[in-house]
Design a protein around this ligand. Structure first.
Ligand code: 4FL
Length: 247
């Protein structure tokens, strides 16, 4: 996958994307990043990239001529969709990450100031994404969040045992609790079933605890997900159990 990133702060990305799994994906040529400083497309000797809004008021906007020149320049090398990060966009989620991971190329546009001239948004942006209902200082962190979520889904990026397929084993549910050695840590024990070696009982326990977590913490996820007969049975047990056991 080729990802071109248009930003006023390319230096923000280098450390983050060079580290750990995404860094390894770059070294293994599974993904390549190309950074473009929007300021390099400024027209004047002071390299101004922003201007005041028509109609008055606080805040600055990115100048449309500068941003569009930067987009058009990058489109010579990258024919993928132009994605702009804004709290007004569709909320990014795992489903969106899976869809984007099937693209060969992406162009990510990171805004600053109050945002983008509406004409740029309407005519040069293909997709607007939000990573949640809060205001940041710019689109760089959202871009890195989306890159991380998308690149880890590319074939070969994760090892076999951390494979993204494991994410979808209990797709749409929260993770069950995890434990590692020692079995007794400061007097705190590990659930017996996990030490039992009974693979079927362990599978069932994990599924049930995933359902319990999801039921108490994210009931919205249970409502939108269809349940298997086994899951319905386990959920009925959970609802019957006293709620001081909630995960
Ligand atoms: C973008 C916040 C996407 C959440 C300020 C500029 C933002 C954001 N998701 N805040 N861009």
């Amino acid at each position: 996958m080729r990802i071109d990133i248009l930003t006023l702060f390319p230096e923000m990305f280098i450390q983050t994307l060079g580290t750990s799994i995404i860094g390894r994906a770059q070294v293994g040529n599974l993904v390549e990043f190309h950074f473009w400083n929007i300021r390099d497309f400024a027209k004047d000797k002071h390299r101004v990239v922003d201007d005041t809004p028509y109609g008055g008021g606080a805040g600055m906007l990115l100048k449309p001529d500068v941003v569009v020149d930067s987009i058009e320049y990058v489109k010579r090398f990258n024919q993928g969709p132009v994605i702009y990060f804004t709290p007004q966009g569709q909320t990014f989620n795992q489903q969106q990450a899976k869809i984007l991971s099937t693209e060969q190329e992406l162009i990510l546009l990171c805004g600053h100031y109050e945002g983008l001239d509406e004409r740029v948004r309407e005519n040069w942006v293909d997709l607007e994404l939000s990573i949640g209902d809060y205001v940041l200082t710019g689109g760089e962190l959202p871009a890195m969040v989306v890159i991380d979520a998308v690149v880890r889904l590319l074939p070969g990026v994760l090892g076999d045992d951390q494979s993204a397929k494991n994410d979808s084993f209990y797709d749409g549910l929260l993770e069950h609790p995890h434990y590692t050695r020692p079995a007794n840590f400061r007097g705190l024990s590990v659930p017996d079933v996990l030490l039992s070696g009974h693979h079927e009982q362990i599978r069932r326990w994990r599924l049930k605890e995933s359902l319990r977590r999801t039921y108490y913490r994210r009931p919205d996820l249970i409502k939108t997900r269809s349940l298997t007969d086994e899951e319905k049975l386990l959920l009925a047990e959970i609802v019957n159990e006293c709620s001081d056991e909630r995960g």
